[in-house]
Design a protein around this ligand. Sequence first.
Ligand code: GLA
Length: 729
Amino acid sequence: MGITYFNNSKTFKLDTKKSTYMIAIVDKEQFIGHVYYGKRIEDEEMSYLLRIYEPPYIPTENNRDRCSFYDTFPTEYSTHGIGDYRDSALKLRSEDGHTASRLQYVSHDISKGKEGLKGLPATFGDDSSCMTLSITCEDVFTGIEVVLSYSVFEEEDVITRDVKIINNTDKTIMIEKAYSCCQDFDGVDYDLITLHGSWARERHVQRSPLSLGKQGVNSVRGESSHQEHPFMALCAREATEDFGDVYGFSFVYSGNFNAQAEGTQFNCTRLLMGINPEEFNWLLKSGEQFQTPEVVMTYSSEGIGQMTRNFHNIYRRHLIRSKYRDQKRPILINNWEATYFDFNKEKLVSIAKQASELGIEMLVMDDGWFGNRFDDNRALGDWFVNEDKIEGGLKSLVDEVNALGMKFGIWFEPEMISPESKLYEEHPDWAIQIEGKPMTLSRNQYVLDIGREEVREYIYNRVKDILTSANIEYVKWDMNRQLTNLGSRVLNSQQMGELSHRYVLGVYEMMERLVTDFPDLLLENCSGGGARFDAGMLYYSPQIWCSDNTDAIERLEIQRGTAMVYPLSTMSAHVSDCPNHATGRVTPFKTRGHVALAGTFGYELDVTKISKEDRDMIPEQVEMYHQYARLIQSGDYYRIANVADTKYYDCYEVVAADKSEALVTYVIVTNLANSHSRRIRLKGLQEDALYAWEGTDLVMTGAAYMNAGILIQQMWGDYQSTLIHLVRQ
Ligand code: GLA
């Protein structure tokens, strides 16, 4: 188990409960070859898989075809410029302008536990939960040291990878490309699963056959983005939710990324994942180090569903740090869709009063409480309470809300600046811009140069002042536009390409300060809805706003795509008013509650204005949340049917880790006339245990529920839903 080095064969074997990953050092030239990744095997020596005794042979046996060797050898970390024409993971430019590198094994270290990555979010584990292998290599061209690290989480079937580049030479090096992970596979006969979308349509799942050439997803927007997502899975063509080989890769980073699969000439596949080389370079001076972010990878021989559950487990146990991770989150009511900018203290208090009577536990004051912010055209950066709106100041509002028995939360957009703001008048150069050239507006705002220490310092202190001025227990940290016109006053021409990465590092530094200074704060991330819903952010905040689209029907696909990688406990989901503000669709209040239950539950409406009928349903929904929150937060998630495939309905299930209960959510999207009851087969139950279907007389074994299934009766109308709760007897 864990990590073993076999001296005779110079092989590293990385074992999780159900997977094996193998690396071998071969030949006098110390090539680092990738031997195997897949289902767990016990054998120690399998380097025949590297094909080094087939033509073109290893270079020491046939130097004539060294180039072909480089171009076909399955390598752990490919380098640019020597003959491996598949895309490379590493490209360094030396002072004299050359870009060739070749890595050679130097030494290795195997240790228990895992060290953190300086300045970056990363999974963590102690000596009993993981082991780490670090392989130190040297680039024979530049003398630069490269450390490839692998941490093995046995229990979760996960291996993490990151790379450190160390300049121990007396020269300066320009890093032009440094991926976190390079993974060579035999064969191109895979499907690719990726997540795509736009504002209000985040993370729709796409599955497409992998073919020869390059395919992938990326972002150059400065954030992980609405459009494409730092996740990629390669699965066998025949893989389903429950069967078949699946390799999942998730990037623990919130900025520009690239994830690419390349089908190559001998029907092999190379997968690369890391910081997008476009809009990136990094000047590494003598004595400096560069740390790449981390890739989390998992292999499942039991289909896509198990890949998802592996990601959920690793992120719940070894990435999220907040004290709220395992706590029931307060049911909140947010005033954004209720009032937009049109609110004052009186209105907020009246919402809070009504909400508290219904059992809602926290009021969140969204955008519009500061400076001259009466619409979204101004005042970002002026983080001073607008006392015309919040009469008597923030403390008096918070005290009043607290007196109602409710917690209080607040919205910030710390990374932004409006051209019409006091901050911009004082510091126009703090916005990211190319000096003297036109600047691109988006939502009438610019992005602050968060890579600059003085900018971070100022903004952080403004946020801190507000948070210490009253009993604020929650922050929604928003980011509502993407980066353009990449220019910073503090970077010289050689370093300008560092801006995007420095920006992300700056954001991480601010969030780290925030969670350190306010350890009891519940931090929720957000970015124009769900544009920065990524593993990097989960290191700081245990929950993230999934999408500005709160329509229960559209949320089915958004939440399904998000939950492909991230635990349900991280997805913020709220019940909002109808017609829905993003789609105009009218759905039953009950269904909105059922769909929001799959995340951190809350409301996004004016509770004083909705119909009495809807309002009367809230205490019931509150009770439902309290009953199921822990199960949803800690249980195993199973996709049963999704509307993209079925056309008519959607269904998913959460089973308690100890299999003592299960909750199934079933939603009709389009009702079908003249149809039978629908038969649904459940998953993940204990075969030989008896389960009672709450509210019915049915008591059957887990095996019966899973193999024979249950019948769900027809419902009248579109968008109806039901919950099925099974309890082990
Ligand atoms: C973004 C968020 C919304 C809301 C607005 C406020 O769009 O996603 O939830 O906070 O900003 O401007």
